[in-house]
Design a protein around this ligand. Sequence first.
Ligand SMILES: Nc1ncnc2c1ncn2[C@@H]1O[C@H](COP(=O)(O)OP(=O)(O)O)[C@@H](O)[C@H]1O
Ligand SMILES: [Mg+2]
Length: 322
Amino acid sequence: MANQPMLSIRDLEVKAAKKNLTLVDGVSLDIDAGQRVALVGESGSGKSLTCMSIISLLAKGLAVTGGEIRWNGTNIAQASSSRLRQLRGREISMIYQEPLTSLNPILSIGNQLGEAARHVRATKGDVLAMLDRVGFHQPERVLRQRPHELSGGMRQRIMIAMALLGKPRLLLADEPTTALDVTVQDQVLKLIYDITVETGTALLLVSHDLNVVRRIADDVAVMYTGRIAESGTTDQVLSNPQHPYTAALMRSAPSLESKPERLLAIAGRVPTPSEWTDGCRFAARCQFATEQCASKPPVVDVDGQQAACWHTDRVREWRQAS
Ligand SMILES: Nc1ncnc2c1ncn2[C@@H]1O[C@H](COP(=O)(O)OP(=O)(O)O)[C@@H](O)[C@H]1O
Ligand SMILES: [Mg+2]
């Protein structure tokens, strides 16, 4: 197929088997080679589950029950374990919020990088060059250290090095700086940005910080309660949100369009999966909601910017008036 995206997720559904709960409900997302896409939304919206689905790392009891995850044209949602071993690290890698949980506390960094290098057939020279690139200019020293001897920022740099050793085409980064000191968050994000640009690696960045999204991502998808509420280029979505949820998120983000003293938290709470209906799940918190919102909202497309809302025209009028 000509011009197919490198990664194309269509109508992804993830369920928790035991309670038959739907946790990811019809997510579609495309990522082209070298493209940087952000996934944003409040906690519990299904961002991590979407990432985990891509490399089949869902926890026990969870499963992809619908839709497709096409990687260069082939559905990898039900890939064999041998195909997954080949895929992970060499085609798609992932880094997590808390790097400690993915490092073995009793093994040296050298040991763990060595194992990762064997898996992707990288040489010792590749490891040393990668360590230098992520900021360890005396790599021999860090190779002897254990995870607890490193700061959170250093551990995340190790994880970035490990994830990129096999030259994957896509890096999944699930809130990679949330657990770090504010002072190093920027440095680590800049490293992720620079190194993916340099190597042409595509990035799916999960973040709840719209300022970060604006700096890093070409495209953004806003998730709410297991669904994509709005997606488009970062510029489209952040300069002209069509979905009331996106507009509310922007009003609650520091310094994006309001001064900190004018921040408005989104009223109400995110409904839990057992409370989800087929209708708009943001309706209870939405200033534009009407009876119509009890039915599943249509996806309205304006120049490729898509919003799942009955009232995008009213959102637009309201933004123009305010
Ligand atoms: N192993 C699990 N079993 C049951 N529910 C889960 C499990 N993991 C996550 N969930 C639920 O799925 C929803 C989405 O989770 P998640 O993808 O982690 O959200 P996010 O990353 O956007 O904060 C949440 O409501 C969460 O409680
Ligand atoms: Mg998460």
